[in-house]
Design a protein around this ligand. Structure first.
Ligand code: FPP
Ligand code: K
Ligand code: ZN
Length: 523
């Protein structure tokens, strides 16, 4: 594995040099940024400053009409001549998005670079409603109630809301979902599952506080995880259920957040008489077997690569040791990057989940969220000056540490931001969505916002100081850096909170829960 991003390579790669088209006027323009924090120029300031640079890049910027680079609003120039049902659907999808990408969608408030504003308050209103009772047509989703809680709480948190007021209700709900033999099910008396347990544990971390943490029966959780651990290294998602890379990721998150002991119970399917196997044994090799001939990751060995599983694989590996060593040890990174990069389409700017499929807002996280992880793994391995991780989880207005140069980025942040803000916002009732024409829902709201956070920030890894608490796994610290991109197309007020690239919740919430359990003796 020899891919390394050179810190000096800061130029945007000239993959495609578009002509610029100037659209008539935007439906409405933005008000200038009111931010008093100087480091981040507003779009207007930036557009003036960058106009000559952008002209060199094939983009013209003028203060009047909105200009969107052809790359992000015109059908691709190079096309496969073979027409198939897939190519027809793809063309129709792009066609339906053109007004949104080209600053012509009604009811969105576009800035001068043809990017809509984040309708923050509308999304907050939408997600607050989804924390209330659901109408009867949601009955089929009963077993996913923990997921709905996590999506709404995480979405609200990324939008800047304090969700600690939900603590009491959440604790009561979570207690009813917990099983005596460990783990959380979708509801009372439902079989515990790693996915619903993951969602509840993260929700409890989001509302925070001792009462929330103490709602978890960690001893039962440990025994249940031992029952799910398989001799080949992976995890079943429920006792006797399927084994897949979701299980590997969810288990790693639960083990590290709750500081679960790694020892196996003697009745675990993975227990060995020499007593050497533990909860993490063989996990990296299990993930390795999920990388496919395409370079992407499948749910189980020998299946089709899908973006959701790429995130799970990277997330799992990033938690079982220092990601800078573990990720390249188990995955072919150049081939994975090639596959992930192929998921980002133009002109849409968003990501698809798999080969020959359509872009969808949720892959802004499942695929988009892989890039910060890989970028951090490929960043300078020698530690940055001893720096404190940001504690507040708020979006940084200044970088936590002053790096000589940010590593070059591996995806088009501008494209992703254009897709998210232009195509994924429901402009009427709020909430975020798969694509124009689809309704908003908590799942897409959460993962579209997580993707926006990935596009707006950059992370770097630094080793833990001697005196910093560390668990059985010697993990490094994730530092949030403000990404000072060459092409900034959104305003300061459109920035969402930084999240931890693996746990997908703000650093502070993850750190508080982890420190609480690290400080505990025994269960
Ligand atoms: C295909 O759906 C989707 C999958 C094969 C995997 C979906 C899994 C997740 C989104 C999350 C898993 C992660 C955890 C942590 C539980 P599709 O055929 O409807 O969509 P597509 O056409 O975009 O592939
Ligand atoms: K989909
Ligand atoms: Zn989706």
């Amino acid at each position: 594995m020899s891919v390394r991003i050179k810190a000096s390579q800061r130029r945007v790669r000239a993959v495609f040099q578009p002509k610029t088209r100037t659209t008539p006027t935007a439906p409405s323009s933005t008000s200038p940024s009111t931010s008093s924090t100087p480091p981040i120029p507003t779009t207007q300031e930036k557009s003036k400053r960058q106009s000559s640079k952008m002209q060199r890049m094939g983009r013209t910027v003028d203060s009047g009409p909105v200009s969107v680079p052809d790359l992000f609003c015109q059908k691709p120039v190079i096309r496969d001549a073979l027409e198939t049902p897939t190519s027809v659907t793809q063309d129709e999808t792009v066609e339906s998005m053109v007004p949104n990408l080209n600053a012509r969608a009604p009811r969105l408030r576009y800035n001068d670079l043809g990017v809509p504003r984040l309708e923050r308050q509308k999304h907050v209103n939408f997600l607050q409603k989804t924390m209330g009772p659901f109408p009867s047509q949601y009955l089929h989703a009963d077993a996913s109630r923990p997921w709905y809680l996590y999506w709404s709480l995480a979405g609200l948190t990324m939008l800047g809301e304090d969700v600690s007021s939900y603590r009491e209700r959440l604790v009561e709900t979570a207690r009813a979902m917990q099983n005596d033999t460990g783990g959380f099910g979708g509801g009372g008396k439902q079989t515990p599952h790693l996915a619903t347990t993951y969602a509840i544990v993260l929700s409890l971390a989001l509302v925070g506080g001792e009462e929330a943490y103490e709602a978890i029966d960690r001893r039962a959780m440990w025994k249940w995880l031992c029952a799910l651990k398989q001799p080949d290294g992976g995890f079943q998602v429920s006792v006797g259920g399927e084994e897949d890379v979701r299980g590997a990721y969810c288990a790693s998150v639960i083990i590290t957040l709750l500081n679960i002991p790694l020892d196996l119970t003697t009745d675990s399917p993975a227990w060995t008489p020499d007593g050497r196997a533990n909860l993490l044994s063989g996990l990296g090799d299990y993930v390795r077997r999920c990388q496919t001939y395409e370079g992407g990751i499948s749910g189980q060995p020998n299946a089709e690569a899908h973006g959701a599983y790429a995130f799970c694989a990277l997330g799992c590996l990033a938690l079982i040791g220092d990601p800078r060593e573990v990720v390249p040890r188990y995955l072919d990174i150049p081939r994975l990057i090639a596959w992930l990069s192929s998921r980002q389409y133009a002109p849409e700017g968003g990501f698809s989940g798999r080969t020959n499929k359509l872009v969808d807002g949720c892959y802004s996280h499942w695929v988009g969220g892989c890039f910060p992880l890989i970028e951090a793994c490929l960043g300078p391995i020698d530690d940055a000056p001893s720096a404190q991780p940001r504690q507040d989880g708020q979006t940084a207005t200044t970088p936590s540490i002053d790096l000589p140069a940010a590593p070059e980025t591996l995806f088009s942040r501008e494209g992703l931001v254009r897709y998210i803000l232009g195509c994924c916002q429901n402009p009427e009732k709020g909430g975020l969505r798969d694509k124009p024409g689809k309704g908003p829902d908590p799942y897409h709201s959460c993962y579209v916002l997580a993707g926006l956070s990935s596009a707006q920030h950059q992370w770097q890894l630094a080793s833990r100081g001697e005196d910093e608490p560390s668990a059985a796994i010697d993990d490094p610290v994730w530092l949030v850096l403000r990404h000072l991109d060459d092409v900034r197309v959104y305003e300061q007020e459109d920035v969402v909170r930084a999240i931890h690239p693996v746990y997908a919740i703000p650093h502070k919430h993850q750190q508080d829960m982890r420190s609480y359990f690290l400080a505990k003796e025994g269960f």
